[in-house]
Design a protein around this ligand. Structure first.
Ligand SMILES: O=C(O)c1ccccc1N[C@@H]1O[C@H](COP(=O)(O)O)[C@@H](O)[C@H]1O
Length: 243
């Protein structure tokens, strides 16, 4: 269960080829560019964000990385950063944690290197979150292009290994502005007592109110991406809505 009763909002800054972008359903090539990642992150910080969800999309897709840039952005921020994308081995994990980020989010590694992830959880505790990126109930990895088994089997395994938090993304919702998958969030919360961060589909302040109804069930936070960049609402309005 979440330690707070207020939904925490995490504005997303996804970086591809040095630029802040939004994708549609995570599809490579569907990028809309929104300029400098640091400018975007600082804007969300100025608007009152307590967290930034910062993603290296090139590292997630295996098309290079933006590691130095993300380290610089993290270092320039006063707010907490959840760093994600391409963190799959000792070297990338060490580099990610050395940025000073509050926690990292592991996706592909949880599917392809479960023993390494268990070791990382044992060593770093709640600085490790696992991203459960799903189509239906099938996990996706490698930039959401490969299939990685059943959501609930992975959840049971990771719970047993002590994973503190899951970032749950409905891939088919992400970047579409069609509303969150509340049923998926309810089902995940019913299957685990660990904190859940909702990701994908937020389009309106009402969507945030809907997600906030699940705080008592274990939803701790919500990642907001496209809706902020498309100016469906402001971050100030969103924060006021969930306060
Ligand atoms: O956030 C996205 O839009 C996204 C799209 C396609 C792939 C990944 C995406 N995001 C983040 O990347 C991690 C997975 O990275 P990895 O598998 O550990 O390398 C995923 O959990 C999302 O947070």
């Amino acid at each position: 269960m979440s330690a707070t009763d207020k939904l925490v909002l995490l504005p997303a800054v996804d970086v591809r080829d040095g630029q802040a972008v939004r994708l549609v359903k995570g599809a490579s090539g569907s990028e809309t560019s929104y300029g400098e990642p640091l400018a975007a992150a600082l804007a969300w910080q100025s608007a009152g964000a307590e967290w930034i969800h910062l993603v290296d999309l090139d590292a997630a897709f295996g098309t290079g990385d933006n590691r130095a840039l993300l380290a610089e952005v993290t270092g320039r921020l006063d707010v907490r950063v959840e760093l994600s994308g391409g963190i799959r081995d000792d070297d990338s994990l060490r580099a990610a944690l050395a940025t000073g980020c509050a926690r990292v989010n592991l996706g592909t590694a949880a599917l392809e290197a479960p023993e390494w992830v268990a070791k990382a959880i044992a060593e770093y505790g709640d600085r490790i979150a696992v991203g459960l990126d799903v189509v239906g109930t099938t996990l996706r990895g490698r930039g959401w292009t490969s299939e990685g088994g059943d959501l609930y089997e992975a959840l049971a395994r990771l719970d047993a290994e002590g994973c503190a938090r899951y970032v749950v993304t409905d891939v088919d919702k992400d970047g579409t502005l069609t509303g969150p998958n509340l049923e998926l969030l309810r089902n995940v919360c019913a299957a685990t007592d660990r904190a859940v961060v909702a990701s994908g589909g937020v389009s309106s302040l009402q969507d945030l109110r809907d997600i906030a109804t699940l705080v008592g069930s274990g939803v701790e936070g919500a990642i907001v991406g496209k809706a902020l960049y498309a100016q469906a609402f402001t971050l100030e309005e969103a924060l006021a809505t969930v306060s």
